[in-house]
Design a protein around this ligand. Structure first.
Ligand code: GLA
Length: 478
C-alpha cells in the first residue's frame, strides 16, 4: 500500500490512462479484419479465400499491433499532458501557499562548522570556509549558508547583552565578510540557559538575542534544545510529558516571534532531535526545518539508522518546511566512497537540507565530485518539494523513489547489506513500481544512459547505490 501511496504521480498517469476510452474498438482500420469472411465459389476460390483470409488475418493482427501501439502512444501522450498540467497546478498552488516566504523554498544548502571543527571553530575558520565555498565551486553548486555552530558565545554583561568569546572577536565584521562574498551566514543558540557545549543559551533573553543576530546580519538560526530539558522541562513539569511538550512548543514559538519581530528574513532551524513529533507542530511554530533524530556521526550504521527513522515523515515536508535528518558527513571519518555516495543520494531523495560538514581546504577531488554533483543536487532542490520514500526492499536492497517537478522519477537502489547475502545479483522489479517493462534512465553517478528492463539483474556492491533518473517514466499497461 505504501508503494502505491508513494507513487501518486505514476498512479495519476495510470489513472488518466485507464480513464481514457480505448479508441481501439472503434478504429476503422481494425475493422478490416471482418472483410475476410467466406465467399461462394469452388475449391480454388475457397483456397484463395482461405489464403486471403490468412493473409488478412495476419495483416489485421499486424495492424492491430500497430493500432495498439498508436493507441498506447496517444494515451501516453494524453496522460503525460494531463500529468504535466496537474503538476504545474500543484507547483503553482504550493508557490501561492508560500507566497511571501523569503527563505527555504527549497532545502537550505551550505556548510556548518560542527561536524569538522566541533568546539574548536574560530572566526578564521568561518572566513576560510566562505573562501573555500567559492574556490571549490560549491557556492555555484548552491551551497550558500556558512553556519557557525556552538561555541562562539561569551558572557552576558550587566544589561543582559551576550558577548562573543575570544575565538570570535567581531561578529558584525565576520557577517559582513561572508556577505561580501555573496554568501549568507548562520548562528546557533539554545532555548535553555546553556547550549549543548555548555555555553550561554538564550533563556530569558530571546528578544534581545534575536535583535542582536539581526543587527549583526545573521540569516539563519539553529536553536538547540539542550539545557532547556533540565532547566525548564524537568524543573517545571517533572514526569509530565504533555506539560513538557507545551513548554517546549512555547519556547520555540517565542524565538519565532522574536525573529519575526526583527523584520529580517532568518531561516529558523529547530534542533530538538525529533521529540514529540515536531514535524506535526514545527511548521506552525515557524520552523523552516526540524531535526528528526539525534546526532549524525560519520559512520554507516548511524547514517543508515537515521535514514530508517525517516519512514512515514515524507508528507510533513515541503517548500519552506523540511525534515532535517541532520547535517552531511560526506568526506568525514572513515566513510568509504560508496558510503559517501549513498549518504548524499539519500539526503537528496529525502529533500534534506544539504549542510556540508567537511574539511573544505583539504577536500579530496572525489568528495568534491560527490558534493557538487549537479544532477543529485537538482533532486534535492526540486521545486515540487516532494520527499522521496522507500518503495520496497528485497533482501538487503532497498528501492527508494522520488517524483520530480519535471515529471521525472528518481530511483535510488541501495545495497544496505554488509555481504553478498541475498543481493547477488539483485533483480529490479519495475512492475513493483508500476512501471512498464522497459525504461530509459540516466545513471546519476556515472552520467551514462542505461536501459532498464523488468527483472534485470543488477550488481550493487555493499553500501553503494545506483541512482537513476527516468525522465519519461512509462507506466505499466494493465
Ligand atoms: C547538539 C546538536 C549538534 C551540535 C551540538 C553542539 O548535539 O544536535 O548538531 O549543534 O549540539 O553542541
Amino acid at each position: 500500500m505504501r508503494v502505491f501511496a508513494s507513487l501518486s504521480l505514476i498512479f495519476f498517469v495510470l489513472a488518466v490512462f485507464c480513464a481514457t476510452p480505448s479508441t481501439f474498438a472503434q478504429n476503422p482500420i481494425v475493422q478490416t479484419q471482418t472483410i475476410s469472411g467466406g465467399t461462394p465459389g469452388g475449391d480454388a476460390q475457397a483456397a484463395a479465400n482461405s489464403a486471403r483470409t490468412e493473409h488478412d488475418a495476419q495483416s489485421a493482427a499486424q495492424i492491430q499491433g500497430i493500432t495498439q501501439d498508436r493507441t498506447y502512444a496517444q494515451n501516453q501522450a494524453d496522460a503525460q499532458k494531463a500529468e504535466a498540467q496537474a503538476r504545474a497546478q500543484a507547483i503553482a498552488s504550493r508557490k501561492a501557499q508560500w507566497a511571501g516566504m523569503q527563505v527555504a523554498f527549497t532545502p537550505p544548502m551550505g556548510w556548518n562548522s560542527w561536524n569538522h571543527f566541533a568546539g574548536n571553530v574560530t572566526d578564521k575558520d568561518i572566513r576560510a570556509a566562505a573562501d573555500q565555498l567559492i574556490a571549490t565551486g560549491m557556492k555555484d553548486a548552491g551551497y550558500i549558508y556558512v553556519n557557525i555552530d556552538d561555541t562562539w558565545e561569551g558572557e552576558r554583561d550587566a544589561h543582559g547583552e551576550l558577548h562573543t568569546n575570544a575565538k570570535f572577536p567581531d561578529m558584525k565584521a565576520l557577517a559582513d565578510y561572508v556577505h561580501s562574498k555573496g554568501l549568507k551566514i548562520g548562528i546557533y543558540s539554545s532555548p535553555g540557559s546553556k547550549t549543548c557545549g555548555g555555553y550561554a543559551g538564550s533563556l530569558g533573553h530571546e528578544e534581545q538575542d534575536a535583535k542582536m543576530y539581526a543587527a549583526w546580519g545573521f540569516d539563519y538560526l539553529k536553536y538547540d534544545l539542550c539545557s532547556f530539558i533540565g532547566d525548564v522541562l524537568e524543573k517545571q513539569a517533572p514526569n509530565d510529558p504533555a506539560a513538557q511538550m507545551k513548554l517546549m512548543v512555547g519556547a520555540y514559538s517565542k524565538m519565532d516571534k522574536a525573529l519575526k519581530a526583527t523584520g529580517r528574513p532568518i531561516v529558523y532551524s529547530f534542533c530538538q532531535y525529533g521529540w514529540d513529533a515536531v514535524w506535526e507542530w514545527g511548521p506552525s511554530m515557524g520552523a523552516n526545518l526540524w531535526r528528526t533524530t539525534g546526532d549524525v556521526t560519520p559512520e554507516w550504521d548511524r547514517i543508515y539508522s537515521i535514514v530508517s527513522q525517516q519512514a512515514g515523515l515524507a508528507a510533513y515536508s515541503g517548500p519552506g518546511h523540511w525534515n532535517d535528518p541532520d547535517m552531511l558527513e560526506v568526506g568525514n571519518g572513515k566513510l568509504t566512497l560508496a558510503e559517501n555516495r549513498s549518504h548524499f543520494s539519500w539526503w537528496a531523495l529525502l529533500a534534506a537540507p544539504l549542510l556540508a560538514g567537511n574539511d573544505l581546504p583539504n577536500m579530496k577531488p572525489e568528495i568534491h565530485d560527490i558534493l557538487t554533483n549537479r544532477d543529485v543536487i537538482a533532486i534535492d532542490q526540486d521545486t515540487l518539494g516532494r520527499q522521496g520514500i522507500r518503495a520496497y526492499s528485497d533482501g538487503e536492497v532497498e528501492i527508494w523513489v522520488r517524483p520530480l517537478s519535471t515529471g521525472a522519477l528518481v530511483l535510488g537502489i541501495f545495497d544496505v547489506g554488509d555481504s553478498r547475502y541475498s543481493t547477488h545479483p539483485f533483480h529490479l522489479k519495475l512492475s513493483k513500481l508500476n512501471l512498464a517493462a522497459t525504461q530509459t534512465a540516466k545513471d546519476l553517478w556515472t552520467g551514462k544512459t542505461v536501459q532498464l528492463t523488468d527483472n534485470m539483474p543488477l550488481e550493487i556492491t555493499s553500501h553503494d547505490v545506483l541512482l537513476l533518473r527516468i525522465d519519461k517514466p512509462a507506466v505499466q499497461l494493465q
